[in-house]
Write a protein that binds this ligand. Structure first.
Ligand SMILES: [Fe+2]
Length: 198
């Protein structure tokens, strides 16, 4: 009789998913670095590419610690996140807006990975796979630091710079539009009066 699938099987499945996700990211990160205008942002993506290569090595060690062959299983989640980032890069944004959007795309990937590694660490610990747990924890810490770095870049000037250009085109049209908005409210009051008159 076939044995029931256990948490250990689910754990191996998640490890394979993470292994594939990291491999997909090693192809996406150079494109994001190339699309970035801010030198610091480009550097952050390049650094994270190096870290990602190290994370692949750590996953291989984790597989080995469990006497398992390292292999990936296609990660649909990260594929979707990468595809969304790809379509952002095809947009005709100004430089800082593109940077702000690249940060948003990068952080989606980081958060996805943080969720995955958080689970992996907890499951490894629960099953007593201490070597795998410590390797996965190192990667989780790296993903958190990469995410914090992106937040610092966004909040340290990129968002503000992008916001400076956000309403440049409709500054002239903006004011009358507000007045128009006021008028709409007035006509709403008018119709109330009209209905009262009936
Ligand atoms: Fe990663």
């Amino acid at each position: 009789m076939a044995q029931a699938t256990t948490l250990h099987d689910a754990f191996l499945d998640e490890l394979r998913d993470a292994y594939d996700a990291e491999k997909q990211l090693t192809k996406a990160l150079p494109k994001m670095a190339k699309a970035a205008s801010s030198p610091q942002l480009r550097k952050a993506f390049e650094n994270h590419l190096k870290e990602t290569q190290g994370q692949i090595g750590r996953l291989e060690k984790a597989f080995a610690s469990l006497d398992e062959k390292a292999r990936g299983k296609h990660c649909d989640g990260i594929e979707g996140i990468i595809e969304e980032g790809q379509s952002v890069m095809e947009e005709d944004f100004d430089e800082t807006t593109m940077d702000a959007c690249l940060i948003a795309a990068g952080q989606r990937a980081e958060h996805y990975e943080m969720a995955a590694y958080g689970t992996l660490v907890a499951w490894a610990k629960a099953m007593g796979h201490s070597e795998a747990a410590s390797l996965l924890q190192q990667t989780l810490d790296e993903e958190k630091a990469a995410d914090a770095k992106l937040s610092a870049l966004a909040e340290g000037g990129i968002n503000e710079q992008a916001a400076d250009g956000a309403h440049a085109d409709n500054e002239e049209e903006g004011a009358p539009a507000l007045v128009g908005g006021g008028r709409q409210t007035a006509s709403g009051n008018d119709s109330t009066k009209r209905s009262r008159r009936r």
